[in-house]
Design a protein around this ligand. Structure first.
Ligand code: ATP
Ligand code: MG
Ligand code: MG
Length: 347
């Protein structure tokens, strides 16, 4: 994906902006490639995110910088806000000219790996229930700060965008005393809360019902995604499989899964003047409720969770209750990040 408005090709050892010496690739996404680099000025290691050059990618990157700058500003004036440390730090930004056009480059603090890789590579010994509790708390604290202090909705909470920070003095994650935490990264598709946007935000598997329905989205869509990520940390399975066809998720099928697991979806949950009528009618038809009874055992039940993760019945009960409150279909009844942080599962 290097030609035609795509990624910027770099070789290890190449120096960017007379300062950052590329060492190795850390990861990539739809918008950019991220490399580990040595900052020759500060003699420290950083992560350099180079966006694709096409306008479709350059513009979100310029926005990403704006969001990171707001976060930096708010952090300065709220030194006591605990959640600000759960957001990845932007250190620098510049532009480079490639064959295909201009690439926006962002320099971040470097972290160990993303949560998706950790899920893939680790086991229950690494992802203990205590660590899962802590990681959930880290994401929610980061979101609380974003939502209330910065007035930003992230809109793409998923394991690939949660970065694992490990104590450099003890990097052995299978050691329970190793101090690891999560930071939220990738603000490439975020939005200001005050922009009152509607539409299909988020990555399909982690998308909240109101976003599927193209109704107005609020910060509560991020909380929905946290529920999906929590399920994945416990089971290593996706909660909702997506049927992508031509890049689009077959929403009606996905709605079936949501309704099967979490209950009936009623039109009155979503304000009439805030939704895309055409799409809404397509899903609900003439019905006022969208219900699908579950034939299989419900994956969000204490019994099913216990089949996938060793824990006591009371732990499973509490966990299941928590997930269900993060994924209440009616956004008005879903927990906010602030309320979620008070839940007994986290305390
Ligand atoms: P998406 O397709 O989700 O929009 P993207 O193209 O915007 O992704 P990022 O999510 O910012 O790109 O980064 C891609 C990957 O690079 C991450 O999933 C992660 O594996 C790695 N990565 C990003 N930032 C860092 C960092 N600061 N430290 C270590 N690895 C990182
Ligand atoms: Mg990403
Ligand atoms: Mg992104």
């Amino acid at each position: 994906d290097y030609g035609n408005g795509g990624y910027y090709p770099v070789k290890n050892g190449q120096i960017l902006n007379k300062r950052y010496e590329v060492q190795k690739m850390l990861g990539n996404g739809h918008f950019a490639i991220v490399h580990m680099a040595e900052d020759r000025m500060t003699e420290s290691t950083v992560a350099v995110k180079i966006a694709k050059s096409d306008r479709r990618y350059a513009k979100p990157s310029e926005m990403e910088i704006k969001f990171m700058e707001r976060i930096k500003e708010v952090t300065k004036s709220n030194s006591s806000s605990p959640g600000s440390k759960n957001i990845v730090k932007l250190l620098d930004d510049f532009r480079i000219k490639g064959k295909e056009g201009i690439h926006v480059v962002m320099v971040f603090e470097v972290l160990c790996m993303d949560l998706d890789r950790l899920l893939f590579e680790s086991n229950q010994q690494v992802l203990t229930l205590d660590r899962i509790r802590k990681f959930s708390k880290n994401i929610l604290e980061g979101l609380l700060f974003l939502h209330t202090k910065c007035k930003i909705m992230h809109l793409d909470i998923k394991p690939e965008n949660c970065l694992v920070k490990v104590d450099p003095h003890n990097m052995d994650l299978s050691d329970p005393s190793c101090n690891a935490s999560l930071k939220i990264g990738d603000f490439g598709t975020s939005a200001w809360i005050t922009d009152n946007i509607k539409g299909k935000t988020q990555t399909c598997h982690y998308r909240a019902p109101e976003a599927f329905l193209e109704a107005n989205v609020s910060p509560l869509v991020d909380v929905w995604s946290v529920g999906c990520v929590l399920y994945e940390m416990i089971t290593r399975d996706l909660l909702f499989l997506c049927n992508e066809e031509g890049g689009d998720c077959k929403s009606k099928l996905h709605f079936g899964y949501i309704s099967e697991m979490l209950g009936p979806i009623r039109t009155r949950f979503f304000k009439k003047d805030e939704r895309n009528t055409v799409f809404f009618d397509e899903v609900f038809g003439k019905e006022k409720v969208f219900v699908k009874e579950f034939a299989e055992p419900n994956p969000i039940s204490p019994e099913e969770l216990m089949k996938k993760y060793s824990m006591t019945m009371s732990e499973a009960d509490e966990l299941c209750g928590f997930m269900r409150e993060l994924m209440v279909i009616n956004p008005n009844q879903r927990l906010s990040a602030k309320e979620a942080l008070k839940h007994p599962f986290l305390n």
